[in-house]
Design a protein around this ligand. Structure first.
Ligand code: FE
Length: 173
């Protein structure tokens, strides 16, 4: 049903449901290098939290890498969606290359080894559901991340750079 012309510019007149979480809006999400919202992950690797869903068990982050080579080998029990902003990367297990503007869907069950192709800056937005399970080439688990380890890492970093333990809360839903 379409609005009548008189109603077109009228905002929704009822309240949001009582249990509806607050929206998140992050202007200029690809911030300057010295922005403390880039959380160090490994040497020359950072992530920036956008949405950390403790209630649904997923996280949306920007990943920034400034070094060529293998980043991680990992298994996904649930789906991942990626959008490449800058740079190029690929998986050792596949013959395609993710380039700027590429959308990537990683289905549940995938295990793959992420390689950044050169030292040019790479930035990709990832939505990861469930967990990243880090594995050796034969699938033996070596570690994991989930939304809670991501929150812990952010909190640790934000405390360390003086923004405080509560700074991460704005990204948590
Ligand atoms: Fe992956």
């Amino acid at each position: 049903m379409t609005d009548s012309p008189a109603d077109e510019l009228v905002p929704y007149q009822l309240g949001m449901p009582a249990d509806c979480a607050r929206e998140i809006v992050i202007p200029r999400a690809i911030a300057a290098d010295n922005d403390p919202q880039w959380v160090p992950q490994q040497p020359n690797v950072w992530f920036r939290p956008l949405c950390l869903s403790a209630s649904q068990g997923f996280w949306v982050t920007l990943l920034k890498v400034r070094r060529a080579g293998v980043l991680t080998r990992h298994r996904h029990p649930k789906a991942v969606h990626g959008w490449v902003v800058k740079g190029c990367w690929h998986y050792l297990e596949h013959d395609w290359v993710a380039e700027p503007g590429s959308y990537v869907y990683e289905p549940p069950g995938e295990t793959h080894t992420l390689v950044v192709d050169n030292d040019d800056e790479m930035i990709t937005l990832f939505k990861v559901d469930g967990a990243m399970i880090y594995v050796d080439p034969f699938g033996k688990t070596t570690g994991y991340d989930d939304v809670f380890t991501k929150i812990d890492r952010c909190r640790e970093h934000f405390i360390g750079c003086g923004l405080g333990a509560d700074y991460v809360n704005q990204f948590i839903r």
